[in-house]
Design a protein around this ligand. Structure first.
Ligand code: ADP
Ligand code: ZN
Ligand code: MG
Length: 489
């Protein structure tokens, strides 16, 4: 950041599109399945043939309401669909059915972490202007030689658009907000939240103003950022560009910019003059959506524990550090796994350490979901208990865990089968110490002459002799006793 960042502040509002995980499309019975051959999930309705009529998918409305309730929105009792008119090859009807004047949800908010607030108990409030329901367009594929082809499978897949108030003040805050939105849609199981595949998409509106002034500056809109990293980079880049222009006495033009992640640069897509006039008008083929109190209450009852509540519960109920709780609750499925493991052991912190360490490492390396992780919660719980009871050392436990990854086997069976039970029998350990000291006279002499460092070496030899099975604490104690007695003689 440069000095100018002390003079100017950014004003940012995000428009997030989330593809809903309904089985069928929003206005027809076609499948929403991703990855089918191009133009196979289509019918006369989503292809926009003349004379067809849309039928609204009730699940899509319920998912939108769930999101509205999870983000503290007011649910409009009456909302209407509108036609947004524009011409593009991936929009066969020539208009998109969306919501304009009366969206399903309005005036909500989310609480996010912020750099402005140093106390982690405090959260920053980001207003949510509206959440509306609409249909997705198809996809133009430009990368086949010099041709452009169009795949209409995505036409009519339900989308919600979540529009924030311009309450965000930095790229990092934008990323916190986006993460919160993604976590919530995943917890609600209404969207998979995958930015790379485009099921969660984010446009950022950015302006800057002199610190202390009230009036907003002219905004630009950034599109085409398909990862959290790109959202942050693109916004920072745009803040810097606008700041430099203002500092040189220039003016910002309202325009839409396309982010190019390879070039780390944004390119103008269209200016205000070229902006679309969408000629919105009410959709004549669909009735208004009426959401009565009892339907709303029914949906409220389906709200799961949300990420922030779960995070706070993990801290208070299991005495976990905030850091741990944050990681464990990022993904609801990981949080569920944690809660299953702790029904088999009481060492909550150890469970947290194993999941944050070994388990997440494997999941990331293998690129799998926790739901296909080979070690069952019960067996991980048992493994942790074996360490706590001193039956195996932490180091041996790692080896046992590696074997459990191959086949979800009971760790007790593994340690018996492989003869890995920790040696805690003092006379057995004393015998090994005698043997090692006998064969390492030189090192013993060095120790007696004051070289304390060889102690570690001797412990290592003893552990090696027992194939890592000796209890290291007992080895250390007994070895010190033995050497001290030699010193005195
Ligand atoms: P438009 O009518 O241009 O679409 P909206 O009022 O619908 O503008 O807002 C679109 C998005 O832009 C919202 O997320 C809003 O928070 C954000 N926004 C509005 N004005 C500004 C501004 N001056 N700077 C940054 N973002 C803004
Ligand atoms: Zn269809
Ligand atoms: Mg708008």
């Amino acid at each position: 950041m440069n000095l100018l960042s002390e003079k100017y502040e950014a004003v940012i509002g995000l428009e997030v599109h989330a593809q809903l995980l309904t089985e069928s499309k929003i206005f027809c019975g076609c499948s929403t399945k991703f990855g089918n051959p191009p133009n196979t999930n289509v019918c006369p309705i989503c292809l926009g043939y003349p004379g067809v009529l849309p039928v609204l998918n009730k699940n899509a409305v319920e998912y939108t309401l769930l999101m509205g309730l999870a983000t503290n929105c007011k649910i409009n009792e009456r909302s209407v669909f509108a036609r947004k008119n524009y011409f593009y090859p991936d929009l066969p009807k020539g208009y998109q059915i969306s919501q304009y004047e009366l969206p399903l949800c309005e005036d909500g908010f989310l609480l996010i972490d912020s750099d402005e607030l140093y106390n982690s108990e405090l959260k920053k409030r980001i207003g949510i202007k509206r959440i509306h329901l609409e249909e997705d367009a198809g996809k133009s594929i430009h990368d086949i030689g010099f041709e452009t082809r169009v795949d209409l499978n995505r036409c009519g897949v339900p989308l919600i658009e979540i529009v924030s108030e311009p309450d965000i003040r930095s790229a990092r805050e934008a990323s916190f907000y986006l993460n919160e939105v993604r976590q919530i849609v995943q917890y609600l199981e209404i969207c998979d939240g995958n930015m790379e595949e485009g099921s969660l998409r984010c446009d950022a509106n950015v302006s800057v103003r002199l610190i202390g002034t009230e009036k907003f500056g002219t905004k630009t809109e950034l599109k085409n950022m398909n990862s959290f990293r790109n959202v942050e980079r693109a916004i920072n880049h745009e803040i810097e560009r606008q700041t430099n222009i203002l500092e040189e006495g220039g003016v910002i033009f309202q325009e839409t910019l396309l982010w190019n992640a390879d070039l780390n640069e944004a390119f103008s897509m269209r200016s205000k003059e070229e902006a679309h006039d969408y000629r919105y008008f009410p959709e004549p083929d669909l009735l208004p959506v009426i959401v009565k109190e009892d339907w709303k209450n029914q949906i409220s009852k389906k709200l799961p524990e949300l990420p922030d509540a779960k995070k706070r519960r993990f801290i208070s109920k299991f005495s976990l550090p905030e850091y741990d709780s944050d990681i464990l609750t990022q993904d609801k499925k990981i949080a569920n796994y944690f809660e299953k493991v702790i029904s088999f052991t009481n060492n909550y912190k150890a469970v947290s350490n194993w999941i944050m360490g070994e388990v997440l490492k494997i999941i990331n390396e293998w690129k799998i979901e926790i739901t296909s992780f080979p070690v069952s919660p019960e067996n991980l719980g048992k493994l942790i208990n074996l360490i706590d009871k001193g039956i195996i050392s932490g180091k041996i436990a790692k080896d046992v865990f590696a074997l459990m990854l191959v086949k979800n086997k009971d760790p007790e069976e593994i340690i018996i089968e492989k003869d890995l039970v920790q040696i805690t029998n003092t006379s057995e350990i004393e015998n090994v110490i005698e043997k090692i000291l006998g064969s390492h006279q030189r090192e013993v002499k060095q120790f007696l002459e004051g070289n304390e460092k060889v102690l570690g070496f001797l412990v290592g030899q003893i552990m090696k002799e027992t194939k890592g099975k000796a209890n290291p604490k007992i080895v250390n104690e007994l070895l010190k006793e033995k050497l001290d007695s030699l010193k005195k003689n």
